[in-house]
Design a protein around this ligand. Structure first.
Ligand code: SAH
Ligand code: SF4
Ligand code: F3S
Length: 468
């Protein structure tokens, strides 16, 4: 019944599309940063499709160029300005041919810098923060009428409720895996991080919206759904039973949806891993045994300065509980080296927590002071060269663990979701339960199938397999 209603809405939307759209305009979206930006870019494209914009892969053909930006580290933010320089040149070329090009900046740099972006790059026509995407069509109309528009007010409403749902054809075009944002924003205020300022305070989407969207994805052939949130395990909402649900309960509900064979969620905070969520890892076959749980540092002193509000021992104890519930779970994490005040001993504590946890994969970064965050104001900034050395040592250790994890899979039979054709004829690429690409003979299965394959070897980031 729900799906039928969705279909009617879809037909109405495409009729409106046919009637209103004179000549199709084209939009090129470039996405930086985290998975949430990937999801947001898709939802913006969906909203623009209703207004007659078709997505294009070629920036030269685009009537609208949208950069969906990231502000997490200085390098990420600065990249946007060099890209804008190139887009400006393109706009001038197109103008010489009598073509209009609107340049828009969305995402976390848009939220953090607002009008400053237009001051630094006057070719930009519109700036739109991540909380206001539902106003994109209106903002775009103003920009096309010649106004420079900056829209960065925090929305009081759930922005997704006002954005059109993706069309079935759009979902199909994106493959058999999909992201679904369930929670946005952050109230944790780690002292290094811009996210609480760029994404605002924590908002959880209602259960029925999430279930409805997951059902829609499943009906269009999606087999694996990754729930997204800056603090995804802080998600909570009122369930249909009238009780307060946490992420664990939501996962039990989503696992019931026919067609959805695999579930994941990211990114979690150690403080929000509650019992029910850990039990979900024990009970749900659909919940993949892979958990991204950043700890950032292994030093209690640094964890305190970072305002993480837990100790290294708390983290290790938590991992023990998670592994007791699901013994084959593979851990992933994020680390920052060179936070202000970090000594050699603090860094050794980080190396120690990495050894103790044994990660299947992990990401590590040099601390980057961000304007407006408490960390930027702290004493004891670490020299760049020291940061470089620490990063190198940490990354070598992580790479070693990652390879050992992959090597341990050789000879084993594992389940793989077939995702797309491979680069070589006769090959297909699947995805392991632990997120590695799996390269296997095309006879192994069709796209969307979940098949058992035997791992025969490892590449830099992928696994090689044969069908069984
Ligand atoms: N919400 C997630 C991650 C947010 S950003 C969490 O709570 O863990 C992704 C990663 O970028 C962080 O985990 C952290 O390791 C890194 N990061 C964030 N701010 C940073 C900064 N100022 N300098 C360097 N790395 C940073
Ligand atoms: Fe940033 Fe910390 Fe919030 Fe993660 S929990 S988004 S690192 S402030
Ligand atoms: Fe970057 Fe914003 Fe995501 S700062 S990491 S795009 S939440």
């Amino acid at each position: 019944m729900e799906l039928e209603q969705l279909d009617l809405a879809e037909t109405a939307a495409s009729r409106k599309h046919e009637a209103d759209a004179p000549a199709a305009k084209k939009v090129f979206v470039k996405t930086y940063g985290c998975q949430m930006n990937v999801y947001d870019s898709q939802r913006m494209a969906d909203a623009l499709a209703v207004d007659g914009y078709a997505a294009t892969e070629s920036i030269e053909d685009a009537d609208l160029v949208l950069l969906n930006t990231c502000h997490i580290r200085e390098k990420a933010a600065e990249k946007v300005y060099s890209e804008l320089g190139r887009v400006r040149a393109l706009k001038a070329e197109r103008a010489a041919r009598g073509l209009e090009t609107v340049i828009g900046v969305a995402g976390c740099v848009a939220q953090a810098e607002g009008r400053e972006i237009i001051r630094r790059q006057p070719a930009v026509d519109l700036v739109i923060g991540p909380q206001t995407y539902h106003r994109l069509p209106e903002v775009l109309r103003k920009a096309r009428a010649g106004e420079k528009v900056v829209e960065t007010e925090y929305a009081v409403e759930d922005k997704f409720e006002h954005l059109p749902m993706p069309q079935r054809s759009a979902i199909r075009g994106r493959g058999v895996t999909a992201f679904l944002t369930v929670q946005e924003g952050c109230d944790k205020f780690c002292t290094f991080c811009v996210v609480p300022y760029t994404r605002g305070s924590e908002v959880s989407r209602p259960v029925e919206r999430i279930v409805g969207e997951a059902e829609r994805l499943a009906a269009a052939g999606v087999r694996e759904v990754t729930l997204l949130g800056q603090n995804v395990n802080a998600w909570h909402g009122e369930g249909p039973d009238g009780r307060e649900w946490g992420l664990g309960r939501l996962l039990y509900r989503l696992a019931e949806i026919p067609g959805i064979a695999r579930l994941r969620y990211t990114t979690s905070h150690p403080r929000d891993m509650d019992d029910e969520l850990i039990e979900a890892h024990r009970d749900l076959a659909a919940l993949m045994p892979y958990l991204h749980l950043p700890v950032q540092s292994g030093s209690d002193r640094i964890l305190k300065a970072m305002n993480r509000r837990h100790t290294a021992a708390d983290y290790l104890k938590l991992i023990e509980r998670i592994r007791a519930a699901r013994s084959d779970i593979a851990m992933s994490g994020d680390f920052i080296v060179g936070f202000p005040g970090e000594t050699d001993a603090d860094f050794e504590a980080t190396m120690a927590i990495v050894r103790a946890t044994n990660y299947a994969s992990a990401f590590s970064f040099k601390y980057s002071p961000r304007p407006g965050t408490p960390g930027a104001e702290m004493d004891g900034h670490v020299e760049e060269q020291v940061k470089d050395e620490r990063l190198q040592r940490l990354q070598a250790l992580i790479t070693e663990q990652q390879h050992a994890f992959a090597e341990g899979l050789v000879g084993r039979t594992i389940s793989t979701l077939v995702e797309k054709p491979g680069r070589r004829p006769g090959q297909i690429v699947g995805r392991s339960p632990w997120l590695q690409p799996v390269i296997v003979d095309e006879k192994a299965g069709e796209i969307g199938d979940i098949v058992d394959v035997r791992i025969t070897g490892t590449g830099t980031n992928s696994l090689f397999a044969e069908s069984v």
